[in-house]
Design a protein around this ligand. Structure first.
Ligand SMILES: [Zn+2]
Length: 89
């Protein structure tokens, strides 16, 4: 591997300009915050415009909550993306 510049890891911690900083899992930090598939204010924060789930290493969620979140997103997708009828011409 010769990639010229040192990676962030090689440079040491505390110099991450892009991406969200490492942080404590939001759901662990805030006990009032609940993962509810009906609550898009919360769940929506972890889903990109394209509907992708933000990976835990970016969102900072712990494995346990990330898992719950994933389940919630999938559930939300079901109710949001499946129409009652396929109304098309
Ligand atoms: Zn957590």
């Amino acid at each position: 591997m010769n990639r010229g510049e040192p990676t962030e890891d090689e440079r040491g911690p505390g110099r991450r300009r892009f991406m969200i900083r490492r942080k404590v899992c939001r759901f662990c930090a805030d006990k009032e915050l609940k993962i509810d598939y009906k609550d898009m204010k919360v769940v929506g924060q972890f889903v990109s415009e394209r509907g992708k789930i933000t990976p835990s290493r970016i969102s900072g969620n712990c494995a346990r909550h990330q898992r719950l979140l994933t389940a919630a997103v999938k559930r939300a997708r079901n109710i949001a993306l499946l129409p009652f009828t396929t109304a098309r011409d």
